[in-house]
Design a protein around this ligand. Sequence first.
Ligand SMILES: [Mn+2]
Length: 512
Amino acid sequence: MKDHLVIFDTTLRDGEQSPGASMTKDEKLRVARQLERMQVDVIEAGFAAASPGDFDAIKSIASIVRESTVCSLARSNENDIRRAGEAIKPAVSGRIHTFIATSPIHMEKKLRMTPDQVVESAIRAVNWAREYTDDVEFSAEDAVRSDVDFLCRIFEEVIKAGARTINVPDTVGYSVPSVWGDLMRTLIERVPGAGQVVWSTHCHNDLGMAVANSLSAVLAGARQVECTINGLGERAGNASLEEVVMAVRTRADLFPVQTRIDATQIVPASKLVSQITGYPVQPNKAVVGANAFAHESGIHQDGVLKHRETYEIMRAEDVGWAQNKLVLGKHSGRNAFKSRLAALAIVLDSEEALNAAFARFKELADKKHEIFDEDLQALVSDEDVTQEGEYYKLVYSRVCSETGETPAADVTLNVDGVEKKAAGIGSGPVDATFKAIESVAASGAQLLLYSVNAITTGTDAQGEVTVRLGKDGRIVNGNGADTDIVIASAKAYLNALNKLQIPDRVDPQGDV
Ligand SMILES: [Mn+2]
């Protein structure tokens, strides 16, 4: 009998800390439902003390998720822990994840505390957390650059105080697999009470070794891996959930553990997170990239046709590929539409929302005959956006694109209830449209990223556009989808401008 490997997903917390990846409450709920459906063990839903919005999102997730533990991050101060405790209260199974930095550089320069004070603070934090739940996780931030003797000391104390999971993070992505495995083995051997807790690891990908380091820790005895969908996260990101899960499963001959993940939900989860955050997945990304199962060379193609396992170590359908099949068309009725949404774990909270989404579906089906799951996700994303009561709305847009002529655009915007017309010229139709919009909005924001991806195959596919804007040190991503990529671009630009209108959350100033 293999040990259970706990999959702790932090897409909604660490993943959300990627520039511009912040999600609305509704978006977080959609991701949380998908994570639950994929059967992740623990969903880290956010950082309750970071903002009232984070608190609300965690509380809502705790209220609807039944099959996964719902967790909030908290620094080791009393306010953070009480906020986390309140936020997870509705959960069937709730966890508080508290952390404090243990490396000399962090203790001296950031916390300005002595090692003794840090140990005291950690013990107090675990005690407060235990007032709310028995399921308390403790992380030693920047463990990778901490002294091993000090780690042993603080872990022994928090285990005595009642922490059940001990997380060893490589906060800065500095380790390599052999060293990281050795550290985990040493800690488990040396810390008194090590056998009573689950050992966990949380690795960043700054040197491209987050997954390798995590797996090395598993071989050394870790039984929880903290990871994110598509490896989203601070800087170069976290260990990818899909890679960790499939490595353990594909190399069952090497790993003495198994997860309870339903791998067929991996690709849908990847697409959902990519769509919501506006972070495209690179085509050659392991497991979830568009080319992950594509065989280009003739020899490979020939081999796979004769016997799949000549060049494939996993089956595409096992991770949820090959679901790109026709699901709905223009003659599909409201019930078919509704049941397909249910199959995708999309819950619309009112009849009006369902009616509005169905109306959009009919519009889309007129333009595009085959409607795929990805189209439905994009449609619901669009619907979420419009429900938020936008400051800027697109009323009308027209572009002229002609060889030998300067591209020109006319737009009509609804700006907080008032219609405004504008025109612009540019180096292409999208540039001209953005200039027309900017002539009304005058946001002064800097365009940091513009990308278009086809949601499905075929030239009638919807284009999914991400626009990243930066202003006064803030970064937001706007998304838009349409069969017309100029309109999709205008929607994405306006979505980003609308996000800039919403006051920013407080920087949580912490991470593990
Ligand atoms: Mn992290």
